[in-house]
Design a protein around this ligand. Structure first.
Ligand SMILES: Nc1ncnc2c1ncn2[C@@H]1O[C@H](COP(=O)(O)OP(=O)(O)OP(=O)(O)O)[C@@H](O)[C@H]1O
Ligand SMILES: [Mg+2]
Length: 261
């Protein structure tokens, strides 16, 4: 299902300011980032530094105050089928079965006779075979997020944005979902951009990790993760990258860092 297209994501000189009651609030400051097709990039940074705002601009729900975002040749100004998004809370229609929820994600130009096959394939892709007729209320948190990922992917986006998709899940389900995302990413070869508070999650999944400063978010550092996948979270190389990220957050205080490792 991969696509041979120019779908490189370009974020160029992007700043974002929101009008607030007493003037303006600068949320992001001069972000520059190019993401290659099929790359997995995570964005980490403290709460309120503008991570969700950056994703919302990548999907076209918000527009930059300065600068521009492009996917290939297209300037991102409004939502379009080439970008999909998964949120922290699964946004499924509670009155529809999972099958019908997925049907809503299919692009308008796909012939009707292909729908059933696509729904079946995507339900299988996220490991929900047998639950086609179930309603979201019957699902665990992890299953709801699987369904959300399937609904985003069935629209055949070139870029999938994930905004803390596993933030509300318990630690075990979370690790399980990280393995699932890795499997899906390797199979589907989409560009994925993940916002997470979980440093291990970012290291486990990403080609590169973008560290944002506190608001207004600026790119502090971009850390490449050149480890073979699947990654073992207990190796020295993994722990070294974790230390590097924590140093970027906390400064060079060994005392603080040892506390987190
Ligand atoms: N529509 C809006 N109008 C005004 N301020 C906003 C708006 N949306 C977000 N903000 C503010 O912009 C800042 C960044 O918000 P954003 O949701 O992007 O942060 P975040 O990095 O995703 O935080 P978290 O990790 O808590 O999800 C916050 O201070 C938030 O209150
Ligand atoms: Mg957020």
């Amino acid at each position: 299902m991969s696509r041979e297209q120019n779908n490189e994501l370009h974020i160029k000189n992007v700043s974002k300011t929101y009008p607030i009651e007493k003037g303006t609030l600068q949320v992001l400051d001069n972000i520059n980032l190019d993401i290659k097709p099929g790359e997995f990039v995570s964005i980490v940074g403290s709460s309120g530094c503008g991570k969700s705002t950056l994703l919302k601009m990548m999907i076209g729900l918000e527009n930059p105050t300065e600068g521009e975002i492009r996917i290939g040749e297209r300037k991102v100004e409004k939502p379009s089928v080439d970008v999909g998004m998964v949120f922290q809370e699964a946004r499924l229609y509670p009155w529809l079965t999972i099958e019908k929820n997925l049907r809503f994600g299919i692009q308008k130009d796909v012939p009707k006779e292909e729908h059933e096959k696509m729904i079946r394939e995507h339900i299988e892709l996220v490991g929900l075979k047998g639950f086609e007729k179930a309603y979201p209320a019957q699902f665990s948190g992890g299953m709801k997020q699987r369904a959300s990922i399937a609904r985003a992917l069935i629209g055949n986006p070139q870029v999938l944005l994930l905004d803390e998709p596993f933030g509300a899940l318990d630690a075990f389900t979370r690790i399980n979902m990280q393995n699932e995302v890795l499997r899906i990413w390797e199979l589907e070869k989409r560009t994925m951009v993940l916002v997470t508070h979980d440093i291990d999650e970012a290291i486990f999944l990403s080609d590169r990790i973008v560290i944002l400063s506190e608001r207004p978010g600026k790119i502090k550092e971009i850390i490449p993760v050149n480890l073979p996948r699947p990654r073992d979270r207990s190796t020295n190389l993994f722990l070294e990258i974790r230390k590097r990220i924590l140093t970027s957050f906390l400064g060079n205080s060994e005392l603080n860092i040892e506390y987190y490792i």
